[in-house]
Design a protein around this ligand. Structure first.
Ligand SMILES: [Zn+2]
Length: 290
């Protein structure tokens, strides 16, 4: 260990993992106090490893890390904090959780910690783990709240173009919210969907997620995905397939590489993320009304 090696202990959510070498795994973590970290878990894929189960996507862990080469950290100790058995036992809840961690992983970061996002991440996973709440609007609600957290929450109480009170008939994520009849662009929005988005952003998320599925839910999911994709400047894989609940569309195409050389889908996604031109935009976008 070199003299510059440092050690940290922090609470984290696992966003994504991919294989490394014969028995190791690299995990991308969103930590409470140290931002987004890439972590090498050595020997974690051996059946004797005790760390393996906790270092899965959506895992809520406490980690002790030692600085490795470059920006890579190495796990020294990992403790599982929440099992989230309800979340992990239901396809729709898993799909929603994977959409959430995919989006957080896609947030452009300059290594700066964002404890607000960490708190939101823990809360949304615990919501998905709570059988009192239906899962289908959880990821979309998280996306809207994430936009608001970033200062880019959609305007939903007046026309984002002319400022009129409405009637508001369209929603355009690119321009930052709802539009009146005269200014309409983007997608049509129903009164039910508009009311749902207002409740989600206005503090009634628990009410929205309880009881029967509210009218306009599918529309809200579509608009939420449009909004988060417009904000991040890229299409999302898991998030989109979770919204449409069509896992078949996510099946990977046959690889043109030899079977032993084919990279895992995660590795390809990782390379995609490193391409230029995917940094966030819209920071100067419309602020959420008071
Ligand atoms: Zn207008």
């Amino acid at each position: 260990m070199s003299g510059s090696a440092t050690e940290v202990e922090d609470e984290a959510i696992v966003l994504r993992t991919y294989k490394s070498g014969e028995a190791d795994r690299v995990c991308v973590l969103w930590t409470r106090r140290h931002g987004k970290l890439r972590v090498l878990a050595k020997g974690v894929r051996k059946t004797s490893s005790r760390m393996g189960g906790s270092l899965e996507p959506m895992g809520h862990v406490t980690v002790q890390l030692v600085k490795g080469r470059g920006d890579l950290w190495i796990t020294k100790h990992v403790t599982h904090r929440e099992r989230m058995t309800t979340l992990r036992g239901d396809y729709d809840r898993i799909a929603a959780g994977l959409a959430v961690v995919e989006v957080v992983d896609a947030i452009p970061t300059d290594e700066a910690a964002d404890e607000g996002i960490f708190e939101m991440l823990v809360r949304v996973l615990l919501t998905l783990d709570n059988p009192e709440f239906r899962p289908e609007l959880v990821a979309s609600s998280f996306f809207f709240k994430l936009l608001a957290h970033d200062g880019s929450g959609p305007v939903v109480d007046l026309c984002v173009n002319c400022g009129s009170r409405g009637p508001l008939v369209a929603f355009n994520a690119e321009v930052g919210g709802t539009l009146c009849v005269n200014c309409r662009s983007g997608a049509a929005i129903s009164a039910d969907a508009l009311e749902l988005i207002r409740r989600i952003l206005g503090g009634d998320l628990a009410g929205v997620l309880r009881g029967v599925a509210p009218a306009g839910a599918a529309e809200v999911n579509s608009l939420a995905h449009d909004a988060i994709e417009a904000h991040l400047g890229r299409r999302l894989k898991v998030a989109r397939s979770a919204a449409t609940l069509s896992p078949a569309s996510a099946s990977p195409a046959a690889s043109s590489h030899g079977p032993s050389r084919a990279p895992e889908p995660d590795v390809e996604a990782d390379e995609l993320r490193r391409r230029p031109g995917v940094t966030g935009r819209g920071r100067e976008g419309e602020r959420l009304g008071p």
